[in-house]
Design a protein around this ligand. Structure first.
Ligand code: OMP
Length: 224
């Protein structure tokens, strides 16, 4: 199994080539109007899922260096975090020999069979790494933290594909707020500055001065 080191530049290019990352005008969950949107639902090929999962697995393996790796529990937030957590558990095993426990939530509570809204590894009493796609203002992530807390779990860390590096509830970025509130590492594979840096790069096939100006303007408005 080959596993190249994750490259933000390559990931951004792959995302643009496959319309995962798009430029235009998008209304975000926070109500902000953004000149770009990252749709992780379109990471819908074996190659893209592998690149993402290998990136998540490398980041987690680096975080776990000094800890007991057998204690690693990873949790995917419904819905988009679910395939990512499964693929990452596999990448951790195949690339790093780390046998992580993994689970996820479902949005609809099941009232028959085993019941409940959590699936997979038992998270009760465990410190869990949350995997998700994007952080903007941090609302989605705070909901996941509540789900875990209601299940008797604590948060060991947060890992997302994209940190849009935007203001959260106040002047700090959503990631900074989460890190400060929970006192855990919060990490992203790629952030808004990487995307701007990619657009500025001389060798970028997506060079576009108008788009770059819109991105910079948006960053001035909502960025930190
Ligand atoms: P917050 O809850 O504001 O942090 O927004 C994060 C969520 O917004 C993600 O989980 C996505 O559902 C969605 N989103 C994207 O998927 N891609 C983006 O580029 C921006 C958003 C967004 O609406 O902010």
């Amino acid at each position: 199994m080959h596993s190249d080191a994750f490259s933000a530049h390559q990931f951004i290019e792959l995302a643009l080539d496959n319309q995962v990352l798009k430029f235009g005008e998008f209304v975000l969950k926070s109500g902000r109007i953004s000149p770009y949107f990252f749709n992780a639902g379109l990471l819908a090929t074996g190659e893209m899922l592998s690149v993402l999962a290998n990136g998540y697995a490398d980041a987690l393996a680096a975080q776990m260096k000094d800890d007991n790796q057998d204690e690693l529990v990873i949790f995917g937030a419904a819905y988009k975090g679910i395939p990512f957590v499964a693929a990452t558990a596999q990448a951790l095993w195949l690339n790093h020999g780390i046998n992580a426990k993994w689970g996820y939530n479902r949005k609809e509570v099941k009232t028959h069979g085993e019941g409940g809204n959590l699936v997979g590894a038992d998270v009760s009493g465990r410190a869990v790494w949350i995997l998700d796609d994007v952080i903007t203002a941090g609302t989605a992530m705070r909901e996941v933290v509540d789900i875990l807390s209601n299940a008797g779990a604590s948060v060991a860390g947060i890992l997302v594909a994209l940190d849009r590096k935007e203001k959260g509830q106040a002047e700090h970025s959503a990631i900074q707020e989460l890190a400060a509130t929970l006192n855990v590492p919060v990490q992203a594979l790629v952030d808004m500055d990487d995307i701007i840096g990619y657009l500025e790069a001389d060798d970028s096939p997506y060079q576009d001065a108008t788009q770059l100006a819109k991105m910079q303007h948006y960053r001035n408005q909502y960025g930190v």
